[in-house]
Design a protein around this ligand. Structure first.
Ligand SMILES: O=C(O)CCC(=O)C(=O)O
Length: 318
């Protein structure tokens, strides 16, 4: 049995290793490669969710993010990367579509965005909010982004709202949650997303003039907060999961060896929505039935005895 080390690294050192079973991930990925679930209409996608471990829960709660290295095989990574380089703007088509409900993230998202009674076989217990891809060549500047690379959150963690990170009854609710698939190698300090670990649970505001502002602009502590931020190194085919209640930022891509090529997918509770979905019914209908359920309507009670389990044109997120 071989093990991969799940590392949260900064430039100089390994902060904390968390073990995941590499053979399990490898076997399941090989299975998904051999099938083409995108073309089938089966209820189930090819693989079974891998449950979140207690160790992953501990570090996700502590830091607000975790990294799962080398989740995708080299072949799978190459295929998905070439789709992004060929112009894919979201992970809604081709091999990239498999990332939406990859077994390595399904167990984790079920744990941090749902409750046990709502976890079912015939639909996912969380929603997909949307997807985008990015290619950042060496020399790419964070100033190209609308937010100019300012550290930000969905809503300041001190404010009560349905997007926020919470823990109650020994249960995580991560709120708006981001899953980043890194399809090229990332080196700490050379342009991956950076995180102010623990800030998702901060009781105090980050010092700007407006407590409702979701970024740290005009905070006199900007440079000390940036210095305290963690970065990660990972091989191509790794995935980073973080709560959007965590202060995080985009950074200049300075790695001369390769561009950043990443897929950013966003998830939420089936009872909450932040982003308006820009995805056609025609596209959703090409997906396996269970994958379609990621885009069903955002509600819990009412709507007939069958409940909110299946996607349809009438029961979709807008
Ligand atoms: O582009 C990045 O590295 C940061 C992404 C980001 O800000 C987000 O996912 O909310």
């Amino acid at each position: 049995m071989s093990w991969a080390v799940l590392l949260n690294t900064d430039e100089m050192s390994v902060i904390m290793p968390v073990l995941i079973q590499q053979t399990t991930l490898g076997r399941k990925m090989a299975k998904s490669e051999s099938k083409t679930p995108i073309e089938t209409k089966s209820m189930q996608t090819a693989d079974k969710a891998i449950p979140m471990t207690d160790e992953q829960k501990f570090f996700f709660d502590l830091h607000g993010w975790i990294l799962l290295p080398s989740v995708l095989s080299t072949t799978e990574t190459k295929e998905m990367r070439s789709e992004v380089y060929a112009g894919a703007k979201q992970s809604y088509d081709g091999a990239l579509q498999r990332l939406l409900d990859h077994p390595a993230i399904v167990g984790i998202l079920s744990e941090i965005l749902s409750e046990e009674p709502f976890v079912r076989d015939d639909c996912y217990s969380f929603r997909c909010e949307g997807s985008f891809t990015t290619i950042r060549p060496p020399g790419w500047s964070k100033l190209e982004r609308g937010d100019m690379g300012l550290p930000h959150v969905v809503r300041p963690p001190q404010q009560a709202n349905p997007m926020r990170y919470q823990v109650a009854g020994e249960k995580i609710f991560s709120g708006l949650t981001r899953v980043v698939w890194e399809l090229e190698e990332v080196k700490a300090g050379q342009g991956g997303t950076s995180f102010l670990s623990g800030s998702h649970k901060s009781f105090f505001n980050y010092g700007g003039p407006d407590p409702f502002r979701p970024n740290i602009s005009e905070s006199p502590w900007e440079s000390s907060m940036r210095e305290a931020m963690s970065e990660y190194s990972c091989p191509a085919g790794s995935v980073v999961i973080f709560t959007e209640s965590l202060i995080h930022a985009a950074n200049d891509w300075t790695n001369p060896k390769n561009p950043r090529c990443a897929v950013f997918n966003c998830y939420n509770s089936v009872w909450a929505q932040w982003h308006k979905l820009n995805l056609s019914h025609e596209k959703i209908k090409t997906m396996p039935l269970k994958r379609q359920s990621l885009f069903r309507g955002t509600w819990a009670i009412g709507g007939g005895p069958s409940g909110n389990h299946q996607y349809s044109q009438e029961n979709r997120t807008w």
